[in-house]
Unconditional design. Structure first.
Length: 372
């Protein structure tokens, strides 16, 4: 069974020959430092190619993907050539949205929200990035079709649809959360603007490659470690209707499965997310409240594919290789029965993860993840 067949089988809740494994996306990837250390550990020559400046994620070296027997291959969306990041002193840059970020240790944190003091009228006057800019998509169709035709890997486009989270990037987290309660007109207007950008972007992408990709990524971080970031009632009133529009637009253009990313204790939202069309939940933050994998599989396993699950808060960075193997075994035991499970780390592999633990995770998934 090849990688594409393996992934499709598990996404259809059937048991393939073994549990599929993933590495390389914007929320399932590997950071620059971790990749360099892994490459050196495996004796792979090369360099680190940044594909996400904010999180310092890199495109995994093909030799590493082959060694770890990774079933997925990502195609990375280009930035529009109509706008180049503006660089400022102190390792600060501004993106095409006007969001400004500063390098702090390994990553870039937001230091300026362009709509912090904006009114609804300001939203109308703002020059929004153009989702139809042709330069965003140059070469995408050719690359996706090549991978589809000439390899046996599952093909995933590295673009993630976000409404709630990308909106607070522009407004500021605290300000946007207050707006959801006391200035809902602005909050909804901002999210509607973001929705239109996302719909336009996915129209452009999927009209080019919708027949050739197996998974489409979307996501909004709706939760924190201890529970929801916003109430379920507020989510249902303000966020869910907009997500439904985006998901329906995507599903009109592709038969690919819809992957939804939210960190934290997302348990309370799962039923609603299933109702509006998600097929896959990521990253399964097992250290968060109410995210017991055995319970999740029992309650939602017939409808939902779980993607991730290997703890990155304690086990991967601080455990021994044997502890990593035990973690992999537990997640496979809890989630893999009758398909519906893709193993990966909980979110991106960070700089403090020893390369021995990365290898242990993937090797154990291959060896223990075989279906009888």
């Amino acid at each position: 069974m090849n990688s594409r067949e393996r992934l499709l089988k598990t996404l259809n809740h059937e048991e393939p020959d073994r549990v599929p494994v993933d590495l390389g996306g914007i929320v399932t990837g590997i950071t620059k430092v971790a990749h360099r250390r892994l490459r050196e550990h495996l004796g792979v020559e090369g360099r680190e190619q940044i594909i996400d400046r904010i999180q310092q994620l890199v495109k995994p070296d093909e030799k590493i993907l082959e060694r770890l027997e990774v079933d997925t291959r990502y195609v990375y969306l280009r930035a529009s050539r109509d706008f180049q990041d503006k660089e400022f002193p102190g390792d600060v840059y501004e993106d095409e949205w006007g969001v400004r970020r500063k390098r702090v240790s390994f990553y870039y944190d937001i230091v300026h929200h362009p709509l912090k003091d904006a009114t609804i009228q300001d939203l109308e006057r703002m020059r929004w990035p153009d989702p139809h800019a042709v330069s965003r998509y140059e070469g995408i169709a050719e690359e996706v079709r090549y991978l589809h035709k000439n390899t046996d890997y599952a093909v995933i486009l590295n673009a993630i649809g976000s409404i709630f989270e990308f909106s607070w990037y522009l407004r500021g987290y605290e300000q946007f959360m207050m707006n959801l309660l006391i200035n809902r007109g602005f909050a909804v207007a901002l999210m509607e603007k973001m929705l239109q950008f996302q719909i336009g972007m996915f129209e452009e992408i999927l009209d080019r490659v919708g027949d050739y990709v197996q998974v489409v990524l979307c996501g909004d971080d709706l939760a924190i470690q201890t529970g929801p970031a916003i109430s379920l009632n507020l989510y249902r009133k303000l966020v869910k209707p907009l997500q439904r529009q985006l998901f329906e637009s995507i599903k009109k253009r592709t038969r690919a499965k819809l992957f939804y990313h939210s960190c934290g204790s997302v348990y309370q939202f799962i039923g609603d997310l299933l109702e509006i069309g998600i097929d896959i939940l990521n990253p399964i933050q097992v250290s968060a409240q109410d995210m017991d994998t055995k319970r999740l599989k029992k309650e939602f396993g017939e409808e939902l594919t779980f993607w991730g699950g290997c703890d990155t808060q304690r086990v991967l960075p601080f455990g021994t290789p044997d502890e990593v193997k035990d973690e992999v075994k537990k997640r496979i035991d809890d989630l893999a029965e009758e398909g519906g499970f893709v193993l990966n780390s909980v979110h991106n592999i960070q700089a403090d993860v020893p390369p021995e633990n990365i290898v242990a995770m993937f090797d154990m998934a291959r060896d223990y993840g075989k279906y009888s």
